[in-house]
Design a protein around this ligand. Structure first.
Ligand code: NDP
Length: 286
């Protein structure tokens, strides 16, 4: 079904989103602070709105993909939101997502927060995922239209949920990168070919380790951190050994040190018999 959809923000991501909606046959109205960025989309059939308020007036579904939450709030200022669904795909912190949801609903609109798990080149391809949270009614009404951009997944009524899961996915990614960077520095110090190490050894190893994580998640949910794989004392000694080896190789173990500190802290509490899943308890703020 063809829908009227407005897109606020034509940066790299907003442009890719608008293109995918046009390609799916929707009537797309676009607005961007720098108007010239709309030209290629207008050439493909989009209508250009002169102001954000005009773009919001043009369609019941409005997708915002701007720099940050502050630019979203500023852009929506003065627009009539009554009867509109604002799907905010701008990367936001959970607190910001709740604030924008409140602002939209106070002004008579409905709200979805989104977390885009893709780069612009992946939009409208099978690997792309966008997480949504907020109004279930709005999600159900527009699920099909949203699926033109990426596979949509609804994660709950709390508007903060999709942004939080987005941040959690990024956290996992940065952790994996940290491990890769440290491993690469160590391998480079020995002169072993880094590409062979990465594709032949590290990636299969990381995939095998990642496959263990659902079992860890179960332990975290149950609170039973017992292990028949390797306890914290073994891991504490193993990481201390790693850190020493790094120094001996002339490599800084900076990205490993926080892990060592957390392991030491947990073992010092008398929990050396636990498995690594127990470290999650050390990450709760006081
Ligand atoms: P860009 O830097 O390419 O675009 C930023 C957009 O925000 C532009 O349209 C810019 O307008 C607009 N903008 C900036 N400040 C303001 C303001 N004060 N008022 C109005 N408009 C403003 O970024 P992306 O398109 O890459 O990213 C957009 C969002 O998508 C971000 O939240 C990002 O985190 C998220 N995202 C991006 C991914 C990516 O790979 N690119 C991946 C996942 C999420 P102008 O053209 O006038 O400068």
């Amino acid at each position: 079904m063809s829908e009227n959809i407005s897109v606020l923000g034509l940066g790299l991501m907003g442009t890719a989103l608008a293109k995918s909606l046009l390609a799916a046959g929707h009537q797309v109205t676009v607005w961007n602070r720098t108007p010239a960025k709309a030209d290629p989309l207008v050439a493909e059939g989009a209508k250009q709105a002169a102001t954000p308020a005009a773009a919001v007036a043009a369609s019941e579904l409005v997708i915002a993909c701007l720099l940050d939450s502050r630019s979203v709030t500023a852009t929506l200022e003065g627009a009539e939101l009554r009867g509109r669904v604002i799907a905010n795909l701008t990367t936001s912190r959970p607190v910001e997502a709740r604030e924008i949801a409140a602002l939209v609903t106070e002004r008579g609109g409905d709200h979805l927060a989104g977390g885009i798990m893709a780069i612009p080149q992946m939009i409208a391809t099978p690997g792309a995922l966008i997480l949504y949270s907020g109004s279930k009614a709005a999600y159900d009404r527009y699920e099909q239209a949203l699926s033109a951009m990426a596979r949509p997944q609804y994660t709950g009524a709390d508007p903060a949920m999709a942004p939080l899961l987005d941040l959690a996915m990024l956290t996992g990614m940065y952790g994996q990168m940290a491990g890769f960077l440290e491993a690469a520095a160590l391998v480079r110090s020995a002169g072993y070919p880094l590409r062979d190490f990465t594709s032949g050894l590290l990636v299969p190893w990381l995939n095998a380790m990642a496959a263990q994580q659902p079992a860890w998640a179960e332990k975290m949910e149950s609170g039973d951190h017992g292990t028949d794989v390797s306890n914290l004392e073994i891991n504490r000694s193993g990481v201390a050994n790693l850190v020493r080896a790094f120094h001996e190789q002339g490599v800084r173990p900076d990205l490993l040190l926080p892990m060592q500190e957390i392991l030491e802290r947990r073992v010092a509490r008398g929990l050396a018999h636990e498995g690594l899943s127990g470290l999650v308890e050390e990450l709760v703020s006081d």
